[in-house]
Design a binder for this molecule. Structure first.
Ligand code: PGA
Ligand code: ZN
Length: 419
């Protein structure tokens, strides 16, 4: 049994100068756990509710003092002095305290912060590392292939690029350290390449470059050149490309608006099909909008055999929604973001459902981040072999990659995608 001594929270900043929550949870045994909470910009409509103050006099309404107050009162009061058998048991108590389906009463940002801090405190109490304590029975932990987002567009940049993320994935790297090296070397060559073309090397929210290029194909062309000039092969044995167009962002009136063109759902799928044939793309996330459900079924029929089709805004790490999508054959993989659902236990449940259905999973940061590296441990524990945490630049992104290097250096774990 683990007894909670105290829980407290305060308001801090995230990587976009927006307020977020930091939580400290102490156990009677003396073990403590700390967390800080990420925040998205291009969110799915069914994500658990992020509670903001709405007070225009503070942070343009983006303050989180109400969520902080909920942790310090409504959450801490009934939990102080209570015993728990496990994190699952603790998270169940959190879900009960909130009592709503989408965590709108306490705020999902408050609840996930408490749940993450508890996961850390429980691991510390067991004297185990976080990844080890989160690894479910029967799962083989592994170091995930990092997906470095090196060109940013969409809601994460002010350029004219409609697609949100162009990632490079060193699928064929020998290990984590070599994968990070590939990411950083390609990033460096890309900077030079952009400069030589007189394009901006200013950054988007996730640390990738945000040049004024409108055509996704032109970016893909640039990335292939860059990967090769950095000395890497564009293949499954070398470095592949992953896309997150985040199609919610350019879907209006039933049409996809890409680089000045208006495409129907089927035309959009054809465009992806051509891209996949012409470029070394191995994974496509949110290729279609979350409410284009027939489109998702068609996309999966058409391309599901050739490429990983990841649902992010479509699935929002929600076990019920993922179960439905599996039934309807919408996609074949899920993006996993703990703050979309609101507790670590429900996040692990979403992962389990995917694993049981033969779906892949990619653990993910948010565009608004802190240096908390929780998702690095989560990805290792999930054994899913995939993570995305932005560019190999900027402290809040690199914190996760560095934590993975640390886990590799101090443990004997396999690297790469789970087969
Ligand atoms: P977000 O974007 O964190 O701004 O929601 C990330 C993504 O779409 O994967
Ligand atoms: Zn996404």
């Amino acid at each position: 049994m683990i007894e909670v001594k105290d829980i407290s929270a305060f308001e801090i900043l995230d990587s976009r100068a927006q307020p977020t929550i930091s939580v400290l949870l102490e156990l009677t045994s003396g073990a403590v756990g700390k967390s800080s909470v990420p925040s998205g910009a291009s969110t799915g409509s069914k994500e658990a509710v992020e509670l903001r103050d709405g007070d225009p006099m503070r942070y343009a309404g983006r303050g989180v003092l109400r969520a902080v107050e909920h942790i310090n009162g409504k959450v801490a009061d009934p939990l102080r002095g209570r015993d728990f058998a496990s994190l699952a048991d603790f998270d169940e108590a959190l879900i009960k305290i909130d009592g709503t389906a989408n965590k709108e009463r306490i705020g999902a940002n408050a609840i996930i912060g408490v749940s993450m801090a508890a996961a850390r405190a429980f691991a510390n109490a067991e004297r185990r590392s976080l990844w080890r304590s989160l690894t479910p029975t029967g799962v083989e932990p592994r170091l995930p292939v990092p997906h470095f987002n090196i060109i940013n567009g969409g809601a994460h940049a002010s350029n004219a690029l409609d697609f949100q993320e162009f990632m490079i994935a060193p699928l064929g790297a020998r290990n984590m350290a070599e994968a990070v090296r590939a990411g950083a070397e390609i990033y460096r060559v890309l900077r030079g390449e952009l400069q030589s073309r007189s394009l901006s090397v200013g950054l988007g929210d996730e640390g990738g470059f945000a040049p004024e290029i409108g055509s996704p194909e032109a970016v893909l062309e640039l990335l292939v050149d860059t990967i090769e000039s950095a000395g890497y092969e564009t293949s499954h044995e070398g470095v592949m490309i992953a896309l997150d167009p985040a199609a919610n962002g350019f879907y209006r009136d039933g049409m996809y608006h890409v680089d000045g063109e208006k495409l129907s759902s089927h035309e959009m799928v054809e465009r992806y099909s051509e891209m996949i044939e012409s470029y070394p793309i191995w994974s496509l996330e949110d290729g279609l909008a979350e409410n284009d459900r027939d489109g998702w079924v068609y996309l999966t029929e058409r391309l599901g055999e050739y490429v990983q089709l990841v649902g992010d805004d479509l699935l929002v790490t929600n076990p019920t929604i993922i179960t439905e999508a599996i039934e309807h054959k919408m996609g074949n993989a899920a993006l996993i973001k703990p703050n979309q659902i609101g507790t670590v236990t429900e996040t692990l449940e979403a992962i389990r459902i995917c694993r049981d259905a033969g779906w892949s999973q990619m653990v993910s940061h948010r565009s608004g981040e802190t240096v908390d590296s929780f998702i690095a441990d989560l990805a290792v524990a999930a054994g899913c072999g995939q993570i995305k945490s932005g560019a190999p630049a900027r402290g809040e992104r690199v914190a996760k990659y560095n934590r993975l290097i640390e886990i590799e250096a101090t443990n004997d774990l396999p690297y790469g995608r789970a087969e």
